[in-house]
Design a protein around this ligand. Structure first.
Ligand code: MRU
Length: 364
């Protein structure tokens, strides 16, 4: 048996690392021009790093928040257990406000709080050690989930295909092979010849700065296109498959993902191109019935009124800048999870995958 691939490229640094009891994040706002790794010293810094998209992508946000809570609690190990638990709760509540849409943030923090509730720790230092262990487990699970999605999705990619993706649901958005990119990395490793088209993804260019960079660094055949080129690429028969990531999949299978995903899904439907979503179990929100109930982050207008440091819009121009949109489940051909591909009707499959993942993490 060949080696199981879990990391995308030796040329792209890890999204984050926990070493010597410290959290280090790759600052994704500077990519691909600068590689800058930043140590996180307190909860405020972690909150800012998530808010400013230094660390971004739903799975990476979850793992960063879990370690971020450890960073926040590290100085408090001499407190009595009740005070330690109360400080933990406050910090989790605070970190949870960094961004509203990716469910992995609340999911990871909830898992950390559950550790404090479940274990009869002897003292705060003991509870702190258990929190670090749980954050490490969340991290390791994320890496394994990416590999699982890759294995279940790889057969979708056949020789000669053009595969379009939007935003970055890649290695940089996770701690492994990415979600949408995992089938691509595995197909490339197998020797399948195919092309990837990466939407640049305005306004913050995660497709151009991150997806194009990481796939190119790993030797994949990737071509960058602007968002408004997707229609003509499909019309001219150059795209046979779409795979995107997601920030939250609701109980009915609606997909919340980077703004512009809905447009790609509508186009795919029109041109008869299968539209797949890579969906780690950590991104399933079984408690929310449908996508219209999800809070969509509205970001600052200057991401839209300018390009880099150059202002491109008139002064005082009203702007909308929602960071995500909702793709109705009817446009989704399948959800690629680490436990297999779920097809419509999605609700039952999502419940099963969420349950399986829950059981697995409880018995780990
Ligand atoms: O605003 P971002 O860069 O955090 O948005 C990221 C996305 O929309 C990704 O597609 C999603 O989080 C899935 S990442 C595996």
């Amino acid at each position: 048996m060949g080696t199981v691939m879990t990391s995308a490229s030796h040329h792209v640094p890890a999204t984050l690392q926990w070493r010597d009891d410290e959290l280090h994040l790759l600052d994704q706002t500077r990519l691909p021009l600068q590689i800058h790794i930043e140590r996180q010293d307190d909860a405020q810094q972690v909150w800012q790093s998530i808010r400013q998209l230094k660390v971004r992508g739903a799975p990476a946000i979850g793992v960063a928040a879990a370690y971020g809570l450890c960073v926040a609690m590290r100085p408090h190990q001499a407190l009595g257990l009740p005070e330690f638990r109360e400080t933990l709760r406050q910090n989790a509540q605070y970190l949870n406000t960094a961004r509203p849409t990716a469910v992995n943030l609340a999911w990871a923090l909830q898992r950390m709080l559950a550790v404090a509730a479940a274990h009869a720790a002897v003292d705060s230092a003991d509870l702190y050690a258990r929190l670090v262990a749980e954050a490490r487990r969340i991290h390791a699970e994320d890496t394994a989930i990416c590999a699982g999605i890759g294995q279940h999705g790889v057969d979708l990619i056949r020789p000669g295909m053009g595969v379009l993706t939007h935003c970055n649901a890649g290695a940089l958005a996770t701690t492994g092979l990415g979600t949408a990119t995992a089938p691509m990395y595995l197909a490339h490793q197998r020797g399948t010849r195919f092309k990837v088209f990466a939407d640049e993804t305005r306004p913050l260019l995660q497709g151009a700065r991150l997806t194009a960079w990481e796939l190119q660094s790993a030797g994949l055949d990737v071509t960058l296109i602007t968002d408004n080129m997707a229609a003509s690429m499909m019309a001219s028969g150059q795209v046979q498959l779409v795979i995107v990531g997601t920030d939250r999949v609701t109980a009915n299978g609606d997909v919340v993902n980077k703004i512009g995903t809905l447009g790609v899904a509508v186009l795919a439907q029109h041109f008869g191109v299968p539209f797949y979503v890579a969906c780690p179990s950590s991104t399933i929100d079984a408690a929310t019935a449908s996508g219209d109930q999800v809070e969509i982050e509205e970001r600052t207008p200057d991401e839209v009124t300018g390009f880099g440091d150059t202002r491109t819009a008139p002064q005082a121009m009203p702007v909308r800048n929602p960071a995500f949109d909702v793709t109705p489940h009817a446009l989704v051909r399948g959800l690629i999870t680490e436990h297999g591909i779920i097809k419509a009707p999605f609700d039952e499959g999502l419940r099963r995958v969420a349950r399986t993942a829950d059981d697995a993490s409880r018995t780990a």
